[in-house]
Design a protein around this ligand. Structure first.
Ligand code: HAM
Length: 421
């Protein structure tokens, strides 16, 4: 039997109801904050990600699903959303009508990482991008939204970690400091193989290496405040002031870098306590050079992406995670062909009135139909047999109270509506 590809996952109806609920609630919150949905293609030119996410990042070096199409174009499945949204913002001249714009997106992303719990090759993000402002209040608002989405979903044990990477010049300076510190042997010997490579190509990533040895060695050579310029320091202080105004607790962590090269100044991540190694549930930051690097005007921007698959795992691990029910209002059980025909047209009338209802499609006995209704957690069951056809009425059973009433066919829709209120 053909199986789903490793690192991909079916979201079955039982689970998808929970996804829908979280997505709906998130849309509501994002609307309140003035974010508008944007939908970009799942495939983009590979060069878009090489240029923006960064040539030396793990994502571009080893994790993209890339292929050459029939027209000899280099194409990749999107590994993240930010680059494509900035592309769409510039390509469609959205900034000409109004510079500052807020976008959100919900959808699948693709990274060829080694699959493990919480790490998939097709995963799903809810993300936001606020483009066109350098204001530190925006950073705090973006973080606030991430927290709001997590709380609305019911997540409890999480931690927000915050850092400031500085501007491009600051990043260069820090890279230089790290390179100089480790260029002298024997210090370099102490680094893991990945960090030895990072030292040459992307020294900043050494700061968030998970290897215990690297953590110890790198920490000894790096003091946060040493390299940030005055403007970046001020920006960070302001972000913190705004976070305090919103009463959002955070932990300043000078070792947060994140694996995307476009970040400048603020970077943050939210980790969930019950997720094991893959515990970053959402992450984001500022990218003040990205729009101009992509040929647009010089504009600041900030955003995040929340990993839905990881959030679902964290919620399932929480005892109080919610399980969403089908929500069927009414099941119609029938005996005989005439009753089935009557039920079939009644079903249509009820559905036209937005009442969720269903019927048997397998010629089941009445007893089995009642069992099916129970399984579907129907609140009401309408029973129609030959006698009912003769009397032009049906029996309406309340599945909770077990109370039964006879209802004329002509009054069924009104009666069902009244019972459901
Ligand atoms: P990211 O940190 O690469 O950022 O990913 C954001 C979140 O996506 C992670 O915290 C995690 O929950 C989820 N995620 C990433 N990779 C996987 C995977 N293989 N399996 C399951 N979940 C995963 C970005 O993607 C940036 N575009 C965020 C951003 C928006 N920054 C600014 N604007």
């Amino acid at each position: 039997m053909i199986k789903a590809i490793r690192g991909t996952k079916d979201i079955l109806p039982d689970e998808s109801r929970r996804w829908q609920k979280i997505e709906d609630e998130s849309r509501g919150i994002l609307n309140t904050f003035g974010y508008n949905e944007i939908r970009t293609p799942l495939i983009e030119e590979t060069g878009l990600f090489v240029k923006t996410v960064g040539e030396d990042t793990d994502i571009v070096k080893k994790e993209m699903f890339s292929f050459v199409d029939r027209g000899q174009r280099d194409i990749s499945l999107r590994p993240e959303g930010t680059a494509a949204i900035v592309r769409a913002y510039l390509e469609n001249n959205l900034y000409k009508a109004q510079t500052f714009q807020k976008f959100f997106y919900i959808g699948p992303m693709f990274r060829a990482e080694r699959p493990q719990a919480g790490r998939l090759r097709q995963f799903h993000q809810i993300g936001i991008e606020a483009i066109g402002s350098n204001h530190p209040a925006l950073d705090a608002e973006v973080i606030n939204i991430l927290i709001k989405l997590l709380e609305a979903a019911g997540l409890k044990n999480y931690q927000l970690k915050l850092n400031n990477l500085g501007c491009r010049e600051d990043r260069k300076l820090l890279s230089k400091i790290l390179k100089e510190a480790f260029s002298k042997r024997p210090t370099v010997r102490l680094l893991c193989d990945d960090c030895k490579r990072r030292l040459k190509a992307n020294p900043l990533r050494m700061l968030d290496c998970k290897n215990e040895n690297c953590k110890r060695v790198v920490k000894g050579h790096f003091k946060t405040a040493e390299y940030l310029c005055k403007d970046c320091k001020e920006h960070f202080d302001e972000v913190i002031r705004f976070l305090n105004l919103l009463k959002i607790p955070y932990l300043a962590d000078p070792y947060i870098v994140r694996g995307l090269d476009y970040y400048t100044r603020t970077v943050f991540e939210v980790t969930a306590q019950n997720l094991g190694a893959q515990n970053a549930i959402g992450a984001g930051g500022r990218y003040d050079n990205l729009i101009s690097d992509m040929g647009g005007p010089k504009l600041g921007a900030c955003g995040f992406a929340l990993g839905l698959d990881r959030m679902m795992l964290a919620l399932t691990a929480n005892e109080n995670s919610m399980s969403e029910k089908n929500g069927l209002a009414l099941f119609i059980a029938t005996i005989g062909k005439t009753a089935y025909d009557k039920a079939f047209s009644l079903l249509n009338e009820l559905r036209n009135d937005k009442i969720s209802c269903d019927i048997d499609y397998e010629n089941k006995s009445l007893k089995s139909q009642m069992r099916a209704a129970d399984k579907m957690e129907a609140r009401l069951v309408l029973i129609i047999g030959d006698d009912e056809i003769k009397r032009q009425e049906a029996v309406l059973r309340d599945m909770k109270t077990k109370e039964q009433t006879n209802v004329k066919f002509t009054g069924i829709v009104d009666m069902v509506k009244a019972k459901l209120e």
